[in-house]
Ligand binder design. Structure first.
Ligand code: PLP
Length: 401
């Protein structure tokens, strides 16, 4: 294998499969491989986090792939996402974690979805729904160990636990899990990790002392799973790493052998040879400093290319990295291809698997690089890919939409 070509396909073999201007090609084999890589490191159960349409990769195909590769659980944000997985015929355990207090919990209970509960108000609503249905609800109590977001804080936890125990005794609820989420898992050695781990252990102790016997305790996201073994407990919830992005970036503590699953591609749809001194896009913020060729790419910020990456972003075109110049518009942007022999219809890779470590300029950029250029995290780049970008799923080489 030559450097920078790992997992690479001929650029033309998938873009032809869709009539869209741009495509996000999802290599499901990479997701399966990442699951196996993470499982070998974690040696616990794995919950594949497929919220936000599988971080933009397609929740159902990602879920099926992850389960096929050994994941035990699926994690989603909302009841709608959970029910959509069930409707697709997926019967693996699912945890859903953000709910309105007036949520129709009967649809989650009927679909055998574990319901994350952070407040006594939600717990009461879940217990009532379960009583109406005549089926106990599986709940997972969430403790807040530091984020100050969802989860019961330390002073609320004993009451939540006590009510859960009461509902368990009356048969409306079964406490299946106790869990939380870390503040700074992606900062290696951050003292908050140890502190929050102690808080979580204390919450677990309080739950057990109150008579609860949760089957699963879980705390770790991708970063914690890979780098903080003491946070793994029974189950690790993995998002970013499953999609192939190193949660510590290129400068992280260690390379984990993950492979990015998504490639965002398009084609050159216009070309202009221009003299020096030519303004490009709105403003113009950019003026050419020499005669050059400008290639128009039909994707912009509505498709997920952040405006804030202006002046820093690159794409892979004609076997080189070419800079995006001028303002990124809603639907289009312009690459300066210099004197490269580009022709109309040439394939462009916005981001993809990237080069081998240590040789960043020998292949297309990655979502992680786009995140740096845009001043955000790779999660936002992946989930920001717009709805009009076609998702094409590769299963062992075959493309299906
Ligand atoms: C999104 C999410 C995850 C996955 O996080 P990654 O950092 O992408 O692995 C895990 N747990 C919870 C509660 C989440 O919301």
């Amino acid at each position: 294998m030559t450097p920078g070509t790992r997992g690479r396909r001929a650029p033309t073999d998938v873009i032809n499969g869709s009539a869209q201007l741009a495509e996000a090609v999802i290599d499901l084999a990479a997701i399966a491989e990442n699951i196996r890589t993470i499982a070998a490191i974690a040696r616990t159960g794995l919950m594949a986090v497929v919220k936000a349409d599988g971080f933009g990769h397609g929740a159902v195909p990602v879920a099926r792939t992850a389960l096929g590769a050994g994941a035990d659980w699926l994690g989603v944000t909302s009841a709608t996402e959970a029910v959509a997985l069930r409707s697709a015929g997926i019967d693996a355990p699912i945890l859903s974690w953000l709910h309105r207090p007036d949520e129709d919990f009967t649809r989650l209970i009927a679909a055998d979805v574990d319901i994350a509960v952070s407040t006594t108000t939600h717990l009461r609503a879940v217990a009532n729904a379960a009583t109406d249905l005549g089926v106990p609800a599986a709940v997972q109590l969430k403790a807040d160990v530091g984020l100050s977001r969802n989860g019961a804080s330390g002073d609320e936890w004993p009451e939540l636990v006590a009510w859960a125990r009461k509902h368990e005794a009356e048969g409306s609820v079964r406490v299946h899990g106790v869990w939380s989420h870390l503040t700074n898992a992606d900062v290696p050695g951050c003292p908050s990790i140890g502190r929050e781990l102690s808080t979580f252990r204390e919450a677990l102790r309080i739950a057990r002392d109150a008579g609860l016997d949760p089957e699963v305790a879980h705390l770790a996201n991708s970063a914690a799973t890979l780098a903080a073994p003491e946070t793994r407990f029974d189950l690790c919830r993995i998002g970013l790493a499953m999609y192939g992005v190193d949660p510590f970036g290129a400068t992280g503590p260690r390379r984990f052998g993950l492979r990015p699953a998504m490639t965002l591609r398009s084609r050159v749809i216009n070309l202009k040879r221009v003299p020096g001194g030519t303004g490009v896009s709105y403003g113009p913020d950019h003026v050419t400093n020499r005669p050059t060729t400008l290639a128009l790419l039909p994707l912009g910020y509505a498709d997920g290319l952040s405006r804030t990456a202006e002046g820093r972003a690159w794409v892979w075109l004609a076997g080189r990295r070419c800079p995006i110049v001028g303002r990124i518009a809603m639907d289009q942007c312009v690459a300066d291809v210099g004197d490269l022999p580009v022709v109309l219809g040439d394939p462009v890779v916005v981001f993809g698997a990237g080069a081998e470590p240590g040789s960043p300029d020998t292949a297309e950029p990655t979502a992680a690089e786009w995140a740096q250029w845009a001043g955000t995290n790779p999660h936002e780049v992946l989930t920001g890919i717009g709805a009009r970008v076609a998702r094409v799923h590769l299963r062992g080489g075959a493309a299906t939409s």
